[in-house]
Structure formats: C-alpha cells, structure tokens
Design a protein around this ligand. Structure first.
Ligand code: 2SA
Ligand code: GDP
Ligand code: MG
Length: 424
C-alpha cells in the first residue's frame, strides 16, 4: 500500500470502519478529510466493539498517526468525550493530530440544524442533527471559526461575538427561541481549546512530509458517494464531499499524491434519512436484511432503510470516484436468501436507462430492472479465501465486478478483523 483513499459507494454505512481498521494495519497514517461526528464507524476488535464518530478508526492501533484534516468539522465537546471514551478503554490517543484549519461546530449550529429540520416538516432531510450543515454553511459564508482561531483567545472572542450577534438574532427573531450566552460559550470553548491544543498542527505539511518520506497513508472517507453535496441525491445529502477527490482538498495534498481508490460496497443497499431509494424493500426481505445486518444508525440508532444491491449506483460511484478496487462487505448477511436480486438498470418513462439521474424527480420515478441470481444457504462467516465461498456467492461477486468494471480486492464476511478475504 502507498497512498489509498477509502470511500463509501452508496449512502454510507457500507462498513468503511471495518475496512479502514483492516487496512490501517499496513498504514503509517490514517486521515479523515470530511464530515464530522455525523459519521458512525463501528470497529470490532476481538470481543470489543468501538463506535467512532470523529477520530479516525486507525486510533485503535497504538503506532499509527491519526489525522483530523482541515476538511472535517469538529465538535470539540464530542472530541473531548471521544478522547475520554478511548482512554477509558485503554486506547492511547497521543498520536492524534488535528488541523489548525479545521472548522468548529458550535452549539448554535446544532440548534439551527434541529430547528431547520423541524421547519421543513415532511420535506426534512433526516439529518443527524449534529450541526454539520450549518457549520459548513458558515465555512462557505466565511464566518466560521477554525481551530487556529480558538487557540488565540482574543481572536476567538472577536469571532464568537460576531457570530453570536448574527445567530442570536436568527434564533430569537426568526425562530422565537432563546439565544446563547456569550460568557457561557466563551468559557466552555476556552476549556476545549486546551483539549485541542496539544494535538493541533499543520496537518497538510505533516501528511505531505509523510508521503514524501515513503510512508503509507490511508484516507478514511465518511458517509458515501450518494450523500455527496455535488454528486449525491441533492438535497438529501450531507454538506461535505464524501467522494475520493475531496481527500485532496480536505487533507491538503495534491491529486498526484493518490495512488489507489478503494470503494466500499455493501452486498445490498441501505440508507438513513429521507429521499428516493429505487431498490428499497418495504417487505419482509427488507426486514430480513435489517435484522440480519443489524442495520441501525451508529450515531442516532435510527433503523436503516434496506434494499437490493443497486448496480446503477455502484457503476456511478466507480466513475465519480475513479475506483481502482472494491471492498465488498456484509456478504454473510445475504446467506439464507433463496434468490438475490441485483438492479442492472432503471426503467424510466418506458425506457431502460443505465445512468444515475441528476433529477430527484426523475429518480423517484425510476423502477429498477432486476437480474435474479440464486442464493446460498451455507454459513460463510468462516470463509478466509475465495474458494471457501459457495459457488453462488462467487457468482454474485462476479456479477458485481461485471456491473462496475472494477476488480474486487477485499471481501468481508463478518464484523471481526479476521473475517476478511483478500484477493490479489
Ligand atoms: P447530516 O447530519 O447533515 O450529515 O445529514 C444529511 C444526510 O446525510 C446522512 N448521513 C448519514 N447517512 C448514513 N450514515 C451516517 N452516519 C451514521 C451512521 C448515521 C446515524 O454511521 O449510522 O447514526 O444515523 C450519516 N451521517 C449523515 C443523513 O442521514 C442525511 O440523509
Ligand atoms: P461505516 O459508517 O461505513 O463505517 O459503517 P457502520 O459502522 O456505520 O455500519 C456497518 C456495520 O456493519 C457495523 O456494525 C459493522 O460492525 C458491520 N459490518 C461490517 N462489515 C461486516 C460484514 O462483513 N458482515 C457483517 N455481518 N457485519 C459487518
Ligand atoms: Mg456509519
């Protein structure tokens, strides 16, 4: 491995946490480049299950440098809690590095996220209410507060005052709720400044120096391609860029520094939050997938919507991310299904289309065109090489390769590190 970007190809929760953890063993640095604590990555190490939201999954290895890049939005309260959660479980956090350029999530961002969702009623996005959208909005509006601002008392005081003037006005006059006290926020955040200070650095420099020095860097994407602000199912997306290209911007490296892009593909499809989902199963098969795959949000506990594997989406993700390889996860969850359906195109206005439409109105009218493949009943959680898998499972994987045109490099057949098959 040299420089690898690992991304989600669907609507998130593909099992990126597990694959990151697996690949991190061979990496020197693990870097997060977008999103915030809306992410929920579950990593199972032996008998222990770790749920990480903000800190890169690589932290579970004592010798890896873990970076929160400039493209991430940081809720310092959550950072403090996550650091404590890890330390309480015997995980050292000294190798964490945080970008001086990363933006902060403030309590008014969370409040606004909540109020805006309520206001939208039936049209709500289904956000995680972690303040992600409002924080990125301030970043784009050039009013955001960054880590380097927080570490400078006077600058922070100035920026906080300016922001509170605007936000309290909005909260009180538009939403009719109480605003935030300057003094309380100022003192709360000064405490967080001291939590962040030991980790804060120029992470772009750090990452580039590591690459130049021949070290191996793994970029850990959060959410998934269809939640991307540009390439996803807008407006039912997150406010960052989960696609591979964003690793450059969110970490401060150039495109020439990336060698491989691995797309994590769940063997079926899930989605949390609102918006169209062509292969969604609202029947007992959907219920079977949710139960077998334990499909509940890692951050919010929400039940995930479940459906068949969607080849149109996978092909689209292969293109917009420039995938060089696939990691197929949760293949074991399909065990026991007599037949498995795979969407190979959509029927729209009486015609078959192969491209993922830009218009959501169009997408919501698309009917999947399915191919049916025979399932398998054998327990595959003990498989460690391709030939351990039943023929029907191998045929299913071959179908995914055929649809996407991308070779499968990793197959996951269970939550644990060892429940993984590596292909050359
Ligand atoms: P936000 O909070 O502004 O990013 O929400 C906007 C949309 O992005 C979706 N989103 C996610 N979808 C899947 N998984 C996510 N992380 C958690 C997990 C989710 C959870 O790992 O399970 O616990 O509920 C995630 N984060 C954001 C969100 O559902 C909206 O559709
Ligand atoms: P992420 O957001 O992409 O990191 O995914 P999540 O951690 O939110 O959700 C994936 C869930 O599936 C987690 O609970 C993982 O432990 C679990 N998981 C990952 N790979 C496998 C697998 O191959 N089989 C099964 N049964 N579970 C898996
Ligand atoms: Mg997740």
């Amino acid at each position: 491995m040299t420089t690898v970007v690992l991304i989600g190809t669907q609507w998130g929760d593909e099992g990126k946490g597990k694959i990151t953890d697996f690949l991190a063993e061979k990496a020197d640095l693990v870097v997060r480049y977008q999103g915030g604590n809306n992410a929920g990555h579950t990593v199972v190490v032996g008998e222990n299950s770790f749920k990480l939201h903000l800190i890169p999954s690589g932290i579970l290895y004592p010798d890896k440098i873990c970076v929160i890049g400039n493209g991430v939005v940081i809720d310092p309260k959550v950072l403090k809690e996550e650091l404590e959660y890890l330390r309480e479980r015997g995980i050292a956090t000294d190798n964490l590095k945080i970008s001086l350029r990363a933006h902060l999530i403030m309590p008014y961002h969370k409040k606004l996220d909540e109020l805006e969702e309520e206001d939208k009623g039936e049209n709500k996005i289904g956000t995680t209410k972690r303040g992600i959208g409002p924080a990125y909005r301030d970043k784009a509006a050039r009013t955001g507060i960054r880590v380097c601002d927080l570490l400078d008392k006077e600058l922070f005081a100035e920026k906080l005052a300016l922001n509170l003037k605007e936000k309290n006005n909005l909260l009180e006059k538009i939403y009719g709720v109480e605003g935030f006290s300057y003094d309380e926020l100022y003192h709360e955040y000064l405490e967080y400044a001291e939590v962040i200070r030991p980790y804060a650095t120029d992470t772009s420099r750090l990452i580039n120096d590591a690459i130049e020095g021949g070290q191996k860097v793994l970029f850990e994407g959060a959410q998934g391609t269809l939640l991307d602000l540009d390439h996803g199912t807008y407006p039912y997306v997150t406010s960052s860029h989960p696609v591979a290209g964003a690793a450059c911007i969110g970490a401060g490296i150039g495109p020439t520094k990336i060698h491989k892009v691995i797309g994590v593909v769940k063997a079926y499809t899930t989605r949390v939050g609102s918006g169209p989902f062509p292969t969604e199963l609202l029947d007992e098969t959907g219920e079977f997938l949710r139960k077998q795959g334990y499909e509940f949000g890692t951050t919010t506990g929400r039940p995930r919507r479940c459906g068949w594997f969607d080849g149109v989406i996978a092909r689209y993700a292969a293109r917009v991310n420039g995938l060089s390889g696939l990691a197929v996860t949760k293949l074991d969850v399909l065990t026991g299904l007599e037949t498995i359906k795979v969407a190979v195109g959509y029927r729209f206005n009486g015609k078959v289309i192969n491209e993922f439409p830009a218009s959501l109105k169009e997408l919501s009218r698309c009917e999947p065109v399915y191919e049916e493949l025979p399932g398998w009943s054998e327990d595959i959680t003990g498989a460690r090489k391709l030939t351990d898998l039943p023929e029907n499972a191998r045929n299913y994987l071959r179908k995914i390769e055929e649809i996407t045109g991308v070779p499968i490099k990793i197959i996951s057949v269970g939550t644990r590190r060892d429940q993984t098959i590596i292909l050359d």
